[in-house]
Design a protein around this ligand. Structure first.
Ligand code: FAD
Length: 386
């Protein structure tokens, strides 16, 4: 009979947890991974076929070393799994020159000496004919940006974790956990488990197993759309080809964003970043309303007019937001053998390979050499006091 005792338990096996369980198992630890569903699944925050990866990080230059490590680890995962998980398309961060997107991307690129160019509206239109910015918009062009495939990435992390000896128990929600003198105990409906250490990577469900911390998290509904290029685009069939159409993020009005992908054969994928309704993960509205489709199409008509054809499909996903939209990657404030890594405010997937490694390191070797101050839980206390 198998023992219920492990070195580490990982609760939640989505983007962050699958990477965590892989890195822990690869270090030779006895690891148990638990998930309430069967990842990769469509009920959390990591579905929808594609995710953007980019380096000139407008949100804060501190993310750049982490994303650089993530690039290395995605390449290593491709090699070990034999699956293609990334394509390089280059990326355009488009908006007003002094908007948060362009000025932030530029700051990160300059601070970290990243390859980039600043393109005028006319240059963008000439180089990438599908992309039609307003005359006063500019773009930061970064050549290393591209697309990750989240479902096969999660699948690869999980399969390789098992190959390295991890035990996975799927469709088995964690109901509770507690710190004991020796480590942690974790209970599900099926069994109780003990371990020395615990990684909580619960995505939109994070608050449910950390009620005592009263984390200031909100879960936000987000819709992803795939549009068929318009009839007018048929005369230029390569308009949305990844070689001619990079990934884009647009600040289309001050602090309002949408993003777009090239057509990988299933339509042009676009979505508004934020502006979604607040929700609960077990009570998410999954239908997409006509006015949401019309709203997205009217933005396309202005900036990517050839993409504004028929809607092919749409899915609903969740962001887990912190008040400052930076991540949480930290030890539990009262338990140094418990790490919380998940709430990523809608921009975490690209980092998940590196966050998994980081969490594994925090649970084994102690703190990382990376600057993690942006991601610490104590910032919420400071805000409450100040
Ligand atoms: C529409 C959309 C677009 C995005 N675009 C990008 C992008 O282009 N680039 C980018 O970098 N990021 C992007 N993101 C953000 C990124 O996808 C997320 O930050 C990341 O995937 C979240 O990973 P996670 O592991 O925290 O959550 P998830 O992958 O959702 O994993 C959480 C897991 O925990 C499990 N779980 C929950 N409760 C329990 C429990 N009690 N017991 C056991 N298991 C439990 C769940 O079943 C789930 O499998 C996007 C997000 C969305 C929603």
């Amino acid at each position: 009979m198998k023992s219920n005792s492990y070195d580490v338990i990982v609760a939640g096996l989505g983007a962050m947890g699958s990477a965590g369980v892989f890195h822990l198992a690869a270090r030779g630890l006895r690891v148990l991974g638990l998930d309430r569903f069967q990842p990769p699944h469509t009920l959390g925050s990591s579905h929808g076929r594609t995710r953007i990866i980019r380096e000139a990080y407008f949100e804060h230059p501190s993310y750049v070393p982490l994303v650089r490590r993530a690039y290395e680890l995605w390449a290593a995962l491709e090699k070990e799994s034999g699956r293609q998980l990334f394509i390089q398309t280059g990326g355009l961060m488009i908006g007003s020159p002094d908007g948060v997107l362009v000025s932030g991307a530029r700051r990160s690129a300059e601070e970290h000496h990243l390859r980039h160019d600043i393109l005028s509206s006319a240059e963008i239109r000439t180089r990438f004919p599908a992309v039609q910015p307003d005359p006063d918009m500019v773009a930061v062009w970064e050549p290393r940006a591209g697309i990750l495939f989240p479902e096969p990435a999660i699948q690869s992390h999980l399969e390789l974790a098992v190959k390295h000896g991890a035990t996975l128990r799927l469709n088995e929600p964690v109901l509770a956990w507690e710190a004991t003198g020796q480590g942690v105990s974790v209970s599900t409906a099926a069994a109780s488990y003990t371990a020395g250490r615990l990684l909580l990577a619960l995505g939109a469900w994070t608050a449910s197993l950390l009620a005592d911390l009263a984390l200031p998290l909100t879960v936000e509904r987000q819709v992803l759309f795939w549009f068929d290029p318009h009839d007018a685009a048929r005369s230029q069939p390569d308009l949305f080809d990844p070689k001619k159409c990079p990934i884009q993020i647009w600040e289309y009005s001050p602090s309002r964003f949408f993003y777009a992908f090239p057509d990988l054969g299933d339509g042009v994928k676009v979505a508004i970043h934020h502006q979604g309704e607040r929700t609960e993960p077990d009570n998410l509205r999954r239908d997409v309303a006509r006015d949401e489709i019309d709203g997205m199409r009217s933005i396309l008509k202005r900036f990517l007019p050839a993409a504004a054809g028929e809607l092919k499909s749409a899915v609903v996903c969740m962001y887990t937001n912190t008040p400052d939209e930076h991540f949480i990657i930290d030890f539990h404030p009262r338990h140094r053998n418990v790490v919380i890594a998940s709430p990523c405010s809608g921009h975490g997937f690209k980092f998940s390979s590196a966050i998994g490694e980081l969490a594994a390191r925090m649970l084994t070797d102690g703190p990382s050499e990376l600057d993690l101050s942006l991601f610490q839980l104590s910032r919420f206390n400071e805000r409450r006091c100040g």
